[in-house]
Ligand binder design. Structure first.
Ligand SMILES: [Zn+2]
Ligand SMILES: [Zn+2]
Length: 368
């Protein structure tokens, strides 16, 4: 059982603390991954800010990439030395959802929760079990995950870029290309230009969407949105979101709207901003207890769709490699999404940055 450095969250109001923990050896159909890079996601902040209830102590972090260091019995798809992106949706491959090609909705793997399959912990502090956030626990030097949660990727892409494919990029690009299947020429609205929203803009450009309207309240994020493909930007500090979308679209509204913040008011605005027959997609993760209010008459009369997207409707084993192929081909410009690279010891700074609302993506780089 190796001993590792990990950033542990011990509960409300406390910063993350670097601790030495014991990591179990990989069991049947599990692999041990040495992390090279871990992204800091807004969902981790939801936990720390008390907006999502999670058991403690926990090693958060669910966006990571690294190298397979050991494999358990029965592992067939991976070898020691493989580069992998971690996925927070392990899947069984045999339940009705998996058989329909919807592994993010897997009925079996979702029971894994924050511990290992069967409720067995993978991290220990002395005699106390420590949870692994989203079943990944990426704020650590190493982790043990199910085989289906470690997706082999090509070895010629940087692992810090690969890490953000494991959550932000998959979620944003996937919402556009998988969930909504945006067609060439369609108009797209993206509300919120963090890592997920900017990825949705990249996805819209990838599929040759027409008008791409980006919404935020931070100048730098709006500038980056333009650089990545937005044709128009809306700064909602100075104008009304829905009114401005109508002005920019000749009064029609957009064909697709992606809400990438996770707030009730912006989800309602996304629904309002779509044209008749349009689709509003909830991509942002909302705090526990949030409720929205929409007019169902408009829904039927104008045939508007309001839908959700989890993890960009990912099929990780198919999508992670192809996203990185597009990156390598220059079709998906992921480099500008990483705003800062820090070491694990500075992880609390990343959360301070998220709190300000200015952050795009901070990636923790682990020493090799
Ligand atoms: Zn995330
Ligand atoms: Zn399944």
């Amino acid at each position: 059982m190796p001993t590792i450095n990990a950033a542990v969250w011990n509960g409300s109001g406390q910063p993350l603390k670097l601790e030495r923990l014991r990591l179990v050896d990989p069991g049947s159909h599990e692999v041990l991954v040495r992390l090279s890079a871990s992204g800091v996601c807004h969902s981790d902040y939801h936990v720390i800010a008390g907006e999502w209830t999670r058991p403690v102590p926990v090693v958060l972090g669910h966006e990571g990439a690294g190298v397979v260091e050991a494999i358990g019995v029965g592992v067939a798809s991976l070898e020691v030395g493989d580069h992998v992106v971690l996925s927070w949706t392990p899947y069984c491959g045999a339940c009705p959802a998996c058989l329909r090609g919807r592994p993010v909705l897997c009925e079996v793997a979702s029971e894994t929760g924050n511990l290992m399959r069967g409720g067995k912990p993978r991290l220990w502090r002395g005699g106390t079990p420590v949870h692994s956030g989203a079943g990944v626990g990426a704020f650590a030097e190493r982790t043990v995950v199910p085989e289906s949660a470690a997706i082999r990727i090509r070895k010629d892409v940087p692992l810090d870029v690969a890490a953000i494919v494991g959550c932000a990029v998959m979620t944003g690009v996937g919402a556009v290309i998988n969930t909504a299947a945006v067609e060439p020429g369609a108009s797209v609205l993206v509300i919120g230009c963090g890592g997920v929203g900017l990825s949705a803009i990249l996805g819209a450009r990838l599929v040759s969407a027409g008008q791409i309207i980006a919404v935020d309240i931070v100048d730098e994020k709006l500038a980056l949105a333009r650089r990545l493909g937005a044709t128009d930007t809306i700064d909602t500090r100075s104008v009304d979101l829905v009114g401005e979308v109508r002005r920019l679209t000749g009064g029609r509204g957009v064909r697709y709207a992606f809400e990438a913040i996770g707030r009730a008011d912006t989800i309602e605005q996304a629904f309002e901003a779509v044209a008749p027959g349009g689709v509003a997609v909830v991509v942002g993760q909302v705090a526990d207890g949030v409720r929205i209010s929409i007019d169902p008459y408009v829904m039927s009369d104008r045939e508007k769709t309001l839908t959700g997207s989890n993890y960009g409707s990912a099929r990780p084993a198919l999508d992670f490699p192809r996203l990185l192929n597009w990156y390598a081909d220059g079709r998906l410009d992921l480099d500008p999404l990483i705003a800062r690279r820090i070491c694990l010891a500075d992880i609390n700074d990343a959360f301070e940055e998220i709190k300000t609302g200015r952050a795009t993506r901070t990636v923790i780089v682990h020493p090799s």
